[in-house]
Design a protein around this ligand. Structure first.
Ligand code: ZN
Length: 615
């Protein structure tokens, strides 16, 4: 049994320091359109995404709520706006999810639905390019008067959906609508024009995507300008007539940030945009700021599940080490945001520590956001429950269901990266990937039962010709013992750089790497400054954080782990779609633990991650 400390100690003890970071390392993620996921863990989720999650989102957006009707009304210029002023964004995010799904699983029916929505969206665009159903139906004279009304936020999600749909189908109707909206915004705001600070970041990262698609530098420059607007007092008063700059990350110029503050999803989207722009503009000030806030988030303000934003009051960050369990907010969108941001930090640096956090947020905080069937969603993800917190079909503010609907079908984005000298293997998910290297078509097959087992095989399935490149294989921070075999031969002396084993050779068809990670049960201790977790321990195995549910543990309130506890783990394929169950036996007491992501999928009852512990 391995004892480890969580938070500061867990992370720093296994990670190399930043001083080795090669900032502006340009690693390109391998797009998920080249990745076919074939494993037993994620494939069923991708299937239920198409058969269940997307239909649920479509049903809610079009029939159970008025989100599509808002566009129909805006096109006619009559009728009421229903719902909340940012509801257009859910339509765009669901469209983005449909587009990603179409890329690997063509589906004429879904495509027809998307085309239908896009026609309605396009009809709602004003002659000057403006598009937002809330202001169109409540008074266009009031548009662009309140930073808090998410006009640019909605536009950003439209751009992301438009790019996704264009890539999936080649159809550019929504892309043209988006470009017209961007031109409208750029005609009003920018150098020598009006100042503006979007109250909810998102447009900035979307503009970078538009730049990457179009190669038109003005979109990148506009994103940079919007980022630089922050922290100079240009933000207008928000909803209650109160200007709360900290909440919007508008309290100081972003390159001077030293800590993470305010609304957590806003912060994640801001950091994504900063990382994108830093890479493209070689802005070392942004990189230094991101480095500082990353430490602040990960070492002081993140839960063991990778969840962030502990407070319900601001849906965001508070003081360091203020990480309550029952009251943890941990919005699903914020965990997905951690995946987006850490992926970009990896591309910027080549440091595995970012993928460690990405994996933690993905397998725990984000995955808990959706039920095993794919039909119910968490907005809030506490680490303990009295039995009264459950996933719902939908929410008035439905950012989380639509977020999950676009995140799941694109998880293939996070498995591989390529750079001049290397192919980077970040995540362990069974798949076949096709990478084109200077006209050399490289097909690699990854076989694994991760996260249940630590055995991973990478096989050079086919190559047009031998390939001289490093394979950089991530050693997860949780993994302390592993073996690597290349073509059956054990090697001990491969160099390790920033969390990656570097295997350099001339690769030929049929070459095989076997990566064998020990995956013991670990007892995790929180940083002692997290008051709620004093005298408690959590259980983790591989990338998965575990919890206990009352349904498995009738003595729920009396259970105590101790230094004498004996652990065993076994796979149970009939429980919760197949999970590895951990049992902890102490004296005559047995504690049964299940992965945190799988909780609240059976009968209602209490749950907790942090268990009482006796030395
Ligand atoms: Zn959300």
């Amino acid at each position: 049994m391995i004892l480890s400390q969580f938070s500061i100690l867990l992370f720093l003890s296994f990670q190399v320091s930043n001083k080795d970071d090669r900032f502006f390392e340009t690693i390109t993620p391998v797009d998920f359109s080249h990745v076919r996921i074939t494993d037993n863990f994620w494939s069923p989720r991708l299937k239920s995404h198409v058969t269940t999650t997307l239909p649920v989102c479509i049903d809610q957006i079009e029939y159970k709520t008025g989100r599509i009707r808002n566009f129909e009304n805006a096109a006619k210029g009559t009728g009421k706006h229903s719902g909340i002023y940012f509801d257009d964004s859910d339509v765009y995010k669901a469209l983005e999810g449909i587009a990603y799904s179409l890329i690997n699983n063509p589906n004429p029916e879904l495509e027809k639905k998307a085309d239908e929505w896009i026609d309605k969206i396009a009809s709602a665009q004003q002659p000057d390019g403006y598009i937002n159903t809330f202001y169109t139906l409540t008074g266009l004279d009031k548009r662009w008067t309140n930073m808090d009304k998410h006009e640019m936020y909605c536009a950003g999600h439209m751009i992301e959906a438009a790019i996704a749909y264009y890539k999936a189908t080649g159809k550019r109707k929504l892309l043209d609508v988006s470009i017209k909206m961007v031109e409208h915004m750029m005609s009003i705001f920018g150098p020598g024009k009006r100042h503006w600070v979007p109250g909810h970041e998102e447009i900035e990262l979307a503009l970078v995507k538009l730049y990457r698609l179009s190669n038109n530098k003005k979109y990148l420059d506009f994103a940079y300008w919007l980022l630089e607007e922050r922290g100079h007092g240009y933000g207008s008063k928000g909803d209650e007539g109160v200007w709360n700059p900290v909440y919007y990350q508008d309290d100081k110029p972003i390159r001077t940030m030293t800590e993470v503050k305010g609304h957590s999803v806003r912060a994640m989207y801001l950091f994504c945009a900063m990382a994108d722009v830093a890479a493209l503009k070689q802005d070392t000030g942004y990189v230094a700021a991101l480095d500082r806030v990353w430490d602040d988030v990960v070492l002081r303000k993140m839960y063991i599940t990778g969840g962030i934003g502990s407070s319900r009051h601001n849906e965001g960050f508070t003081e360091p080490y203020d990480l309550p369990n029952y009251d943890a907010y941990c919005e699903t969108c914020a965990s997905v945001g951690m995946v987006f941001w850490n992926s970009r930090m990896f591309q910027l640096t080549g440091n595995a520590k970012y993928i460690d956090i990405l994996e933690r947020s993905m397998f725990n905080g984000a995955l808990a956001g959706i039920s095993l069937k794919g039909d119910l969603f968490f907005y809030v993800n506490p680490l303990a429950s009295y039995g009264d917190h459950h996933r719902q079909e939908w929410y008035g503010t439905a950012c989380c269901p639509s977020q999950i609907s676009r995140f799941l079908p694109s998880i293939g984005n996070y498995i591989y990266g390529t750079s001049e000298n290397a192919i980077w293997v970040n995540l362990f998910i069974g798949n076949t990937v096709e990478i084109n290297e200077d006209d050399n078509k490289v097909v690699i097959q990854q076989v694994t039962d991760y996260p249940w087992e630590g055995r991973v095989t990478l096989k050079m399935e086919s190559l047009s010709r031998p390939l001289k490149k490093e394979i950089r294989l991530r050693i997860p921070a949780w993994c302390k013992h592993y073996e690597i075999l290349v073509n059956g031969e054990k090697h001990e002396n491969y160099p390790i750089e920033m969390g990656y084993v570097v295997i350099g050779k001339k690769w030929r068809e049929g070459d095989e790497i076997s990566f064998l990670m020990d995956m013991p049960v670990e007892i995790v201790e929180a940083d002692p400054r997290v008051k709620e977790n004093i005298g408690k321990r959590a259980i983790q195995r591989g990338p998965l954080v575990y919890c206990i549910e009352e349904v498995d543990n009738p003595e729920f309130d009396d259970l105590v782990l101790s230094s004498d506890s004996k652990f065993s783990s076994s796979f149970n394929d009939s429980l919760l779609n197949g999970i590895t169950v951990i049992e902890a036996v102490t004296n005559n007491q047995t504690i049964k633990l299940i992965p945190y992501y799988a909780w609240d999928n059976r009968e209602q009852g209490q749950m907790k991650v942090w268990l009482n512990y006796r030395e």
